[in-house]
Each structure stands twice: as structure tokens, then as C-alpha cells.
Design a protein around this ligand. Structure first.
Ligand SMILES: Cc1ncc(COP(=O)(O)O)c(C=O)c1O
Length: 361
């Protein structure tokens, strides 16, 4: 008989935990994990393929451990006077966050975030042996500077996660909250800007707060706006001393030569890669307006998804959409569901299906 998980000599602190498990069902309209549902533009795909082909010729050798070319590309993309020495990258921002926790959390330490927030923060925290502490949000999941700072001071964490804008609620985070939280802790403050490109263009990124704040880290990903989720590339900007700390915990050569080549090529075409962002934002706003017209409440979103409440039975609505070939996310918030903004066609399919389920109930 094959052994069961509970029969193995697993770490005590991992017993009973559930792995990350968003369903990966092969449905025609998949709007459940906040991907960019537009494929990489054809003209960019060719250039990326050429770069990967060139990298393949040297794949008998280990890649550049410091991925300097890619870091220069990210520094140029981010602007704000950043240079390669301010940049770190890994296989998805999940791995970037893991590196931070490995360096600054770990056994006997604490990481803190304001629930509900990205479900991987507690999982990554616990996997490093650290304790996860959850704070609370105000009305409509908004954070206010005073309450946020008080909660952080009280928890006295080693690492604070600020998701800006927040997943799974879409909620914007004000610059004042970030400043107040930074002052309230001696720990590392991670501002996770995974969805930043979908925020209003005139808004201030946390990148503007980096000068003089050596414990602040701003993380980003190519998975969302850049339509590159399958390539697994995330990155951050921080003081060079933070980057030195992350070098202590990364695996040698953690970013493959093929990943570096693909990401560098994609970055050279940033404006083309990002050209669907405005279209996705338009679909997001269309979802918000339409679900409101259907009698639900759409929370303000600066992301590529919408959380809406007023759903009598989220499990039943999720299933009814599933049965119509549409996959969205039941993230376990009362009477709420989350949907990613897709192409115009996908968004229409979702909205039509939701309207027909609503009128049948
Ligand atoms: C807030 C947030 N941070 C980080 C990630 C991880 O993204 P990736 O590992 O694909 O870069 C996600 C993915 O959904 C996310 O929502």
C-alpha cells in the first residue's frame, strides 16, 4: 500500500496545510487566476523565439548567475532612476517573495498581511517556518493609514506584505498607508504591485517611495500585464543591500538561460506587450458596471479582475457558470465571487451567462 501524507515524517508545522490549488479545468472561458487572456502579440513572439533559439546554443553552460542583462532591462522598464543593482528577479514573483521570506522571515519570525489578501502570503510564510499574522481591513476592504500602522506596530512583524492593489479584492492602497506602515515597523515592507499596470496611469507607484527607505521592497510580475504567466518571471526593486541578502538564499543559477532570454526579449517590446492593458481595463470597468446593473455590488478595482458581492449562493453560481463553460473564482469571501477581465468575447460570455443565471433564480 502506498504511504499517505500523514504517515510521512513531515515537518510538524506543515501538517494539515493545504497546497495552493486554484482549479485548472479545461473550460473554453477561463477567468479564474487573473491571467492576461490575450496571447503574446505575434510580432513579439517571433523575436522571443529567436532569442530563445540563440540561448539554446549555449545551454550546455550554466546561465549568468547574476542575470545582469535582464536586470538592466527591468531597471530601464521601471525607470525612477533605478539601475541593475536595485533589481532582483526569479521564477514568478512567488519565488521573489519566497526569497524575501527566506532571508528575512524563517523560524521564530513573523510575517504580517491585511486579510483578505493574496492567498500565497501565508503559505510562503509558513513554508519558511515563520508565523503568519493576519490584520484586518475597514469598510469595502479599504486600509486607512492610522489603523494599518497601529496593527503593524502591535504585531511587530519581521516582514509586512502590502498588496497594492490588493488581490482578491482589487482595492487600491494609498501611498499614505505605505508610508505609515513603513514608519510603524523595523521590518521589511513588501509592496506587491503585481497588478500595478492596470491602475490609473496618473497614480503614484510605491517605487517613488524607495529612495531613503532601505527596508522597502516593490515587487512586480510579468505574469499579468505582460501576458507572460507561463514563462514564470517576477522581479523587484529595492536597495542594493536587500539584493545582497537575497543572493544568500537563492539557488545558484535559479533563472534559466531560456527564461532570461525570453524575458529580456519581451522587455525590449514592452509597449507592444502592454498594449492590451487599456483594453483589459475597459473590460474590467464593463464588468463592474454590468454586475452592478444586475443587482450585485462591484468593489472598486485597480487590477485586471473584479470582486463582486450580493451573490446569494456563491458555490451554486460558480457551478452554474462552470456548467456553461466559464471558470471564475470562489475565493471564500461571503456572498462574493471574483472574475478576471478577459477579451471582449470572453467578458461578454461571462456577463451573458451571469445574467441568464440571475434571471433564472
Ligand atoms: C498579488 C499577487 N502577487 C503575486 C502573484 C504571483 O504571480 P507570479 O508568481 O505569477 O509572478 C500573484 C498571482 O496571482 C498575485 O495575485
Amino acid at each position: 500500500m502506498s504511504p499517505r501524507l500523514q504517515d510521512l515524517p513531515l515537518r510538524d508545522d506543515l501538517r494539515g496545510l493545504q497546497p495552493y490549488g486554484a482549479p485548472q479545468a479545461p473550460l473554453p472561458v477561463a477567468l479564474n487566476v487573473n491571467e492576461n487572456t490575450h496571447p503574446v502579440p505575434e510580432e513579439v513572439a517571433d523575436d522571443i523565439l529567436d532569442s530563445i533559439a540563440r540561448a539554446l546554443r549555449d545551454v550546455n553552460r550554466y546561465p549568468d548567475r547574476e542575470f545582469i542583462g535582464l536586470r538592466e532591462g527591468f531597471a530601464e522598464y521601471l525607470g525612477h532612476g533605478l539601475s541593475a543593482e536595485n533589481i532582483w528577479a526569479a521564477n514568478g514573483s512567488n519565488e521573489v517573495l519566497q526569497h524575501i521570506l527566506q532571508a528575512f522571515a524563517g523560524p521564530g519570525r513573523r510575517a504580517f498581511g491585511f486579510a483578505p489578501t493574496y492567498s500565497m502570503y501565508p503559505l510562503l510564510t509558513r513554508a519558511t517556518g515563520a508565523q503568519w499574522v493576519a490584520g484586518t481591513r475597514g469598510h469595502d476592504y479599504v486600509l486607512e493609514p492610522e489603523s494599518a500602522a497601529e496593527q503593524v506596530a502591535e504585531a511587530s512583524p519581521d516582514v509586512v506584505f502590502l498588496c497594492s492593489p490588493n488581490n482578491p479584492t482589487g482595492t487600491p492602497l494609498s501611498i499614505e498607508v505605505i508610508e505609515a506602515v513603513y514608519e510603524a515597523t523595523d521590518g521589511i515592507v513588501i509592496v506587491d504591485e503585481a497588478y500595478w499596470e492596470f491602475a490609473p496611469h496618473e497614480e503614484r507607484s510605491a517605487l517613488t517611495l524607495l529612495p531613503g527607505r532601505e527596508r522597502m521592497v516593490v515587487s512586480r510580475t510579468m505574469s499579468k500585464a505582460f501576458a507572460f504567466a507561463g514563462a514564470r518571471v517576477g522581479y523587484l526593486a529595492a536597495d542594493p543591500a536587500v539584493i545582497d541578502a537575497l543572493r544568500l538564499v537563492r539557488l545558484p543559477y535559479h533563472l534559466s538561460a531560456l527564461t532570461q532570454a525570453a524575458a529580456s526579449a519581451a522587455l525590449r517590446h514592452a509597449p507592444t506587450m502592454l498594449r492590451m492593458v487599456d483594453e483589459i481595463v475597459a473590460q474590467r470597468d464593463r464588468i463592474s458596471a454590468t454586475v452592478e446593473a444586475l443587482g450585485f455590488h462591484a468593489y472598486e478595482s485597480w487590477t485586471n479582475f473584479v470582486l463582486f458581492s450580493g451573490v446569494d449562493d456563491p458555490g451554486a453560481t460558480w457551478q452554474a457558470l462552470y456548467d456553461r463553460g466559464i471558470l471564475i473564482r470562489d475565493i471564500g469571501l461571503p456572498h462574493s465571487l471574483r472574475v478576471t477581465a478577459g477579451t471582449e468575447e470572453e467578458t461578454t460570455a461571462f456577463l451573458d451567462a451571469l445574467a441568464s443565471i440571475q434571471s433564472a433564480s
